[in-house]
Design a protein around this ligand. Structure first.
Ligand code: SAH
Length: 358
């Protein structure tokens, strides 16, 4: 095990208190105030550990902006409104989105930009691109205004709880110490009831793992209830599966390669695949309507990425044209980001079907 400051901290915690829940390990690895992965660095881009859709092309943020603009107009152009983003990374998506909505009369004047971001170093990046935003640690402090919101690759960073089916029943997976190594260990006492697991997981075979993210469900439900009571709309975009199913999806990325999530916490990005069925249910529990999920490729094509690509190409040099075409391909092709990434739309109940979800 590579010893980092966070390794020592977590090892001592386990020695003192016993194995810790996986969700606690993940929260510390990503969000420990001093040594957490996101707290100390800018993980995005070629020099970082991974790249995201808004960093690939401006077309992504622009099309998201136009989707939100259509929702805003359909709901009577409420003023003022909160234009919010969860986990905005470098602020690239929001700055592309703001440029796109300038073509919608009155919209950018009515928008108050709000970011939910825990990382001080990424807040600096965001401030450089979107200086007039207001920052929040949690969604609870977002203003009580109509809420038009986007979250790209946000839910995959929230902690998950895992249970393994054993002959005794469902036992929670903890993180323990074996010598100097972190290892998954099972709680000795099984869950009293499997009612908190989605039905599709309850019948899993022995040895299988059920993964849930109570943090994600709580956030999705809160956003849905704000959209319902104050108007608004939201898009959740992430790497994930449309239906709940058993399986361990915990993974780590360092320098664009897979790494061991239990080695050197704080130095690799740890994520899981998002369970969109569980998010949809949370949205419905919050009183709003969930649309999709649809695949990112189909969604961007329905919103007109091809026209946008042609328009950008018209004003570009030859080498820029190649880059623009490659970027559009990367965002939409099924063997790149087009199929693995999914989009869930959230609108007030009874809205007409939003663009991209036909
Ligand atoms: N949306 C951006 C960045 C994705 S990386 C993009 O697409 O490029 C995940 C983002 O979520 C980072 O900005 C990270 O700092 C933030 N984040 C992770 N956990 C968070 C939490 N619990 N609360 C708020 N922000 C969080």
């Amino acid at each position: 095990m590579t010893a980092t400051a966070l390794t020592h901290h977590i090892a001592r915690l386990i020695e003192e208190t016993g194995p810790i829940p996986l969700s606690h390990y993940m929260a510390l690895a990503l969000g420990h105030p001093e040594h957490g992965y996101y707290m100390t660095r800018d993980p995005l881009g070629a020099k970082g550990d991974f790249i995201t859709a808004p960093e690939i092309s401006q077309m992504f943020g622009e099309l998201i902006g136009l989707w939100l603009a259509e929702q805003w107009l359909q709901q009577g152009a409420p003023k003022p409104f909160a234009l919010a983003e969860l986990g905005p990374g470098r602020g690239t998506l929001m700055s592309d989105l703001l440029r796109a909505i300038r073509s919608v009369p009155g919209m950018d004047d009515a928008a108050e930009v709000h970011f939910v971001e825990t990382s001080p170093s990424l807040r600096e990046e965001q401030k450089a691109r979107v200086p007039n935003a207001t920052w929040h640690e949690r969604i609870d402090t977002l203003p009580q205004l109509p809420l038009f919101l986007v979250a790209n690759e946000f839910f995959d960073a929230l902690p998950v709880t895992q249970y393994q089916r054993t002959e005794r029943g469902w036992c929670e997976r903890y993180v323990g110490l074996e010598g100097e190594r972190f290892v998954p260990v099972l709680a000795p006492v099984p869950l009293a009831s499997d009612a908190l697991l989605p039905a599709a997981m309850q019948n899993a075979a022995e040895g299988e793992i059920a993964e849930i993210s109570p943090a994600s469900t709580a956030i999705a439900e809160e956003i849905a209830s704000r959209v319902t009571s104050r108007q608004g709309a939201a898009l959740f975009i992430d790497y994930g599966h449309p239906r709940s199913a058993p399986g361990d999806t915990l993974q780590a990325m360092r320098n664009h390669a897979y790494a061991d999530p239990f080695d050197a916490p704080g130095t690799a990005d740890i994520t899981t695949h998002v369970d969109f069925e569980m998010l949809s249910r949370a949205v419905e529990a919050g009183g709003a309507e969930a649309h999709g999920p649809v695949e990112q490729g189909a969604f961007l094509i329905a919103l007109g990425i091809e026209g946008r690509r042609e328009a950008l190409m018209r004003n570009a040099t030859l080498s820029q044209r190649t880059d623009i075409a490659k970027a559009a391909q990367r965002l939409t092709a099924p063997d790149e980001m087009g199929s693995l990434f999914k989009v869930l739309g959230i609108t007030p109940r009874g809205s007409i079907l939003p663009a991209g979800f036909a």
